[in-house]
Design a protein around this ligand. Structure first.
Ligand SMILES: Nc1ncnc2c1ncn2[C@@H]1O[C@H](COP(=O)(O)OP(=O)(O)OP(=O)(O)O)[C@@H](O)[C@H]1O
Ligand SMILES: [Mg+2]
Length: 266
């Protein structure tokens, strides 16, 4: 599905087609299709239980879909394992960030993938210099690389987790509620980082309940409701009130190539 705001013809980096997933008798995802392009910042919004995390967990290989398929740069998968997902450039930064608090910045960026010298010694010098250039490329400011992750601010920790995702080869960076529980300044840093990732050509999918954050950085807004993708909107063609009404189910489906009334009572 070509989003409204993308007029030029180009190939999606990630294409989700007709995905469905149930947990017992709860249908968490129903026939969800979505194309994602390089360099675009897509916000995934929806009420609690709408299916957002289920969708990204399928993309990161945590859940297996019941039906549908996923294409990454033209390769088609019925389901992904976490390793396949990572190898194909999809990296997810979960809310807990999975940092090792008692290790320094380069150790966290290279966790489990440390470069070695003579095939044996961990190459600390290379880790530090590559970490430095990665942080500077992403405009992530961490005063000292020697700091342990545990002493960094929320925004710096998020930056570090994103740097690691990119160091792992991520092309599509998925962030599940990256600004939840953050202060104003930290939130600004994270939103700036998301904008920067888009400008560097990475595709970003981020989940947020905060429409102010969504509108400040996303170009495209996808609304989920009861497991369905009910709207695929260009941010500049909509506004927070309209999106809020869609989340609540009092607005028509939009940008989906069809128009249906979501809540017929209104
Ligand atoms: N592992 C699971 N086992 C059983 N049910 C699940 C599981 N994961 C999700 N669900 C159910 O699937 C539905 C979608 O959940 P999901 O976590 O995807 O929602 P969400 O949009 O991420 O919500 P939130 O905004 O609260 O994080 C919910 O009804 C949820 O209870
Ligand atoms: Mg969730």
């Amino acid at each position: 599905m070509e989003p409204d705001c993308k007029t030029e013809v180009r190939r999606p980096i990630l294409s989700i087609s007709g995905l469905g997933k149930s947990f017992g008798n709860i249908q968490a995802l129903k026939d969800v299709s979505l194309d994602i392009y390089d360099g675009e910042i897509l916000a995934l919004v929806g009420d609690n239980g709408a299916g957002k995390s289920t969708l990204i967990k399928i993309l990161s290989g945590v859940f297996r879909p019941d039906y549908g398929q996923i294409s990454i740069a033209g390769r088609v998968f019925r389901h992904l394992t976490p390793i396949q997902s990572l190898k194909n450039g999809i990296t997810t930064v979960y809310q807990d960030l999975a940092l090792v608090d008692c290790r320094d910045v380069p150790c966290n960026v290279f966790l489990g993938r440390e470069p070695t010298r003579a095939g044996f010694f961990i190459d600390k010098k290379r880790m530090a210099s590559e970490t430095e250039s990665l942080l500077s490329k992403l405009n992530i400011s961490i005063p000292s690389l020697a700091s342990n992750a545990g002493v960094l601010s929320g925004g710096q920790r998020q930056g570090l987790a994103v740097a690691r995702a990119i160091n792992q080869g991520g092309r599509v960076i998925i962030l599940d509620e990256p600004t939840a529980a953050m202060g104003v300044r930290e939130t600004e840093q994270v939103l700036e980082l998301i904008g920067n990732l888009g400008r560097q050509g990475y595709a970003v999918i981020f989940i947020s309940h905060n429409l102010h954050h969504v509108f400040s950085v996303a170009e495209r807004i996808c609304v989920m409701r009861n497991g369905e993708l009910i709207a695929d909107l260009c941010a500049r063609d909509t506004d927070p009130d309209q999106v809020m009404e869609m989340i609540a189910g009092v607005r028509q489906k939009q940008g989906m190539g069809r128009t249906e009334v979501v809540n017929e009572a209104l």
